[in-house]
Write a protein that binds this ligand. Structure first.
Ligand SMILES: *Cc1c(COP(=O)(O)O)cnc(C)c1O
Length: 405
């Protein structure tokens, strides 16, 4: 068969990639040669890593490593099926019970990732007659779940509780169910969702309250119990999502709530029904991680000590770290706002050459004109490493006209 004349039906992708290249926001993946750590090697270059979500350094914790190895020796490398067919292992149940106890809720279901936890849950509990009242900066997985549910989506301005209430009021006489949903910590700006106010209006209008605590798990609240604990709104959030992929150091997402909610998700959440469960090593790792949260609170204390130092020093260097035209960070996520997408990517590349890994983030991940280097502090960065990184930021920033008073 002649193929010579066949035109490439995907050529439009090349066009779009070329557009990104022209705009200066095209990137190549940085490849990690060794372990995910505060100092590690990307693309053959040793750098101070300001880009990971490894808040507590658990990706390389000896107890977690050992738990993964032991589970692999005992139970093999895979679960062999989806949870509802033959892929529920005792260790999966143990992890769910462990998280439920930690969060002080009736029950928990673990998903393959935080993304599938959000998308699978929102799309399972709502249908096209229903309404989702959602913060403008909520995570993509919430937005995708909302779209999959086919419910009507009403977006309120970031953290604007009064506007969220207006949206709820506007549909209060409609027959559909209402879901009020927010991130606990917003991943690009590091600010915290207004949970108490949102819980108040959810109760006032009889809405389901849902919080995505991906960046707060292991970071905020007692022993890292998240924003529900931070604000002491226990019992007022019907659906609590967390991740096992960030501070917990491994992979996965979970939903906490009533026994009935979890039982329903076992029956209806599509990633749970149609995608294979975690290898036993992942479940074992996460179980060990929750023990570490309980037994090594000094990690969380160090994370916050580093965070306070880092923010203070960046401010002294004259960088815009949010709070002017962007939200004010209150957590270890600290953006260095640059504005222009291309300048941000160039800044990131220059920093890398000088030994600092800070990922540039531009449109569409953040709004146009609000591109930034997102830095994330961890408990494992030493003072010396932080001083060194600040030196590089100062030098490169000065050269490129970013920050530096
Ligand atoms: C990272 C993140 C997720 C996704 O979690 P994964 O476990 O990485 O899939 C969901 N929601 C928010 C707010 C996040 O920051």
């Amino acid at each position: 068969m002649a193929t010579a004349t066949r035109t490439n039906p995907l050529s439009y992708l090349t066009d779009q990639l070329n557009e990104l290249k022209a705009k200066g926001t095209h990137f190549n993946l940085r490849v990690l040669d060794d372990e995910q750590a505060a100092v590690c090697t990307f693309d053959g270059k040793k750098v101070i890593n300001l880009a990971s979500n490894n808040y507590l350094g658990l990706t390389t914790h000896p107890k977690l490593r050992e738990a993964a190895l032991e589970a692999t020796r005992k139970y093999g490398v895979g679960s062999g099926a989806v949870r509802t067919i033959a892929g529920t292992m005792k260790i999966h149940m143990e992890l769910e019970e462990k998280i439920a106890r930690f969060k002080n809720v009736e029950a928990c279901v673990v998903f393959q990732s935080g993304f599938t936890a959000n998308a699978g849950t929102v799309s399972a509990i709502l249908g096209k007659e229903d309404f989702i009242i959602s913060d403008a900066l909520n995570h993509a997985s919430i937005i995708d779940g909302a779209r999959l549910s086919r419910a009507k989506i009403l977006v309120f301005e970031h953290k604007n509780v009064a506007q969220a209430e207006e949206k709820l009021a506007s549909v209060k006489n409609q027959p559909g169910k209402k879901l009020l949903i927010t991130d606990g910590v917003f991943s690009m700006d590091g600010d915290i969702g207004p949970l108490p106010g949102l819980c108040d209006i959810a109760e006032k209008y009889g809405a389901i309250m849902m919080v995505d605590d991906a960046h707060s798990s292991g970071v905020l609240g007692r022993n890292g119990r998240g924003t529900i604990d931070h604000f002491n709104v226990h019992g007022r959030v019907d659906v609590q999502v967390g991740t096992l992929s960030k501070a917990i150091g491994a992979l996965g997402g979970y939903v906490c709530g009533s026994r009935e909610l979890i039982d329903f998700l076992y029956h209806r959440a599509r990633p749970f029904l149609f995608s294979t469960s975690h290898p036993p090593s992942v479940a074992a790792t996460c179980i060990a991680a929750f023990d570490v949260l309980e037994n090594e609170p000094e990690r969380i204390e160090k994370l916050w000590e580093n965070t306070r130092f880092w923010k203070k020093e960046l401010r002294l260097l004259g960088f815009d770290i949010g709070g002017k035209n962007t939200p004010q960070s209150e957590t270890p996520i600290t953006p260095i706002i640059v504005g222009d997408g291309k300048l941000t990517m160039d800044f990131s590349r220059e920093l890398f050459k000088e030994g600092v890994m800070g990922t540039g983030i531009a449109f569409p991940t953040v709004p146009e004109g609000k591109a930034r280097i997102r830095t994330i502090m961890t408990a494992t960065h030493t003072n010396e490493e932080l001083e060194q990184a600040l030196g590089v930021l100062k030098r490169v920033g000065k050269k490129m006209g970013i920050g530096v008073s």
